[in-house]
Design a protein around this ligand. Structure first.
Ligand SMILES: Nc1ncnc2c1ncn2[C@@H]1O[C@H](COP(=O)(O)OP(=O)(O)OP(=O)(O)O)[C@@H](O)[C@H]1O
Length: 243
């Protein structure tokens, strides 16, 4: 069974058709990127796949679980990093990750905190209040909470946001190694260069529909993405500092 499958998924917010018959199949071990301009339906897709939002119609399966029927089971099984989410300002990264360890029933949470704070290079600020951390440091803590329970499927909305170029390269390596170990990663981005550099397959979404799926090496060989040029990759992810 694929890691993720949707059939004719729709989501309406009143008169807005956020998803309009979305068909997705993502196999285990893929590093799949959903690329699309602002408002194309990426966040709505992730929210439905992770049991946070109920679709208007259509079928969904995530690790063989139906997130509409069993949202808690899906959230237990996967890692999630929503866009623009921070650790609570009044907790230190260590306290926050211990809290995540409690919620996720992780027996050896202290060892995992050591492991992930080392990998993501924030050991030095483990005991600093999150309110005093930079945006990039907070993003690294949030990335750690995605992986700390070693899920086999992870959803990340805009994965490299707020990271400096060196850290972006480190995170790319971590995400790639994670998929090479047989796990699956679903990420969304509106930066073409993130999709090109990171993904093994890219789906292009516009107006809630999957327009096409591409090998990242031939992402724009026919100039299709020129139509989204101002929104997609119109500025460099590195220059923008928020890919
Ligand atoms: N809670 C909501 N209520 C009403 N409309 C919504 C809601 N959430 C999203 N929408 C609308 O649904 C459409 C898809 O939004 P969504 O956030 O899924 O797009 P996106 O591709 O993630 O955008 P972005 O790149 O800006 O994060 C947009 O038109 C948006 O305004």
């Amino acid at each position: 069974m694929p890691a993720v499958e949707t059939q004719q998924l729709t989501k309406e917010y009143g008169a807005v058709h956020a998803l309009d018959g979305l068909d997705l199949t993502i196999e285990r071990g893929e590093l799949y990127g959903l690329l699309g301009p602002n408002g194309s339906g990426k966040t709505t897709t992730i929210e439905i796949l992770t049991g946070q939002r109920v679709p208007t119609s259509g079928e969904v399966s995530v690790l063989d679980i139906d997130p509409v029927e069993n949202p808690l089971d899906v959230r237990r099984a996967v890692g999630i990093l929503p866009e623009r989410e921070d650790p609570p300002s009044f907790l230190t990264p260590r306290e926050y990750l211990q809290f995540v360890g409690d919620v996720r029933d992780i027996a050896d949470v202290d060892a995992r905190i050591e492991e992930w704070s080392t990998k993501l290079e924030f050991r030095g600020i483990l005991d600093t209040l999150s309110t005093d951390l930079s945006e990039g440091e907070r993003q690294r803590v949030m990335l750690a909470q995605v992986f700390i329970h070693e899920p086999e499927l992870v959803f990340i909305d805009e994965p490299l946001v707020n990271l400096d170029p060196l850290m972006q390269a480190e995170v790319r390596d971590i995400l790639t190694a994670y998929c090479e170990a047989g796990n699956t990663l679903f990420l969304s981005t509106h930066f073409m260069e993130v999709a090109e550099d990171l993904c093994s397959r890219v789906g292009i979404i516009a107006d809630g529909k999957l327009v096409t799926e591409r090998d990242p090496q031939s992402l724009d060989e026919d100039g299709l993405l020129e139509t989204f040029a101002t929104e997609l990759g119109g500025e460099s992810a590195v220059e923008a500092g928020r890919p």
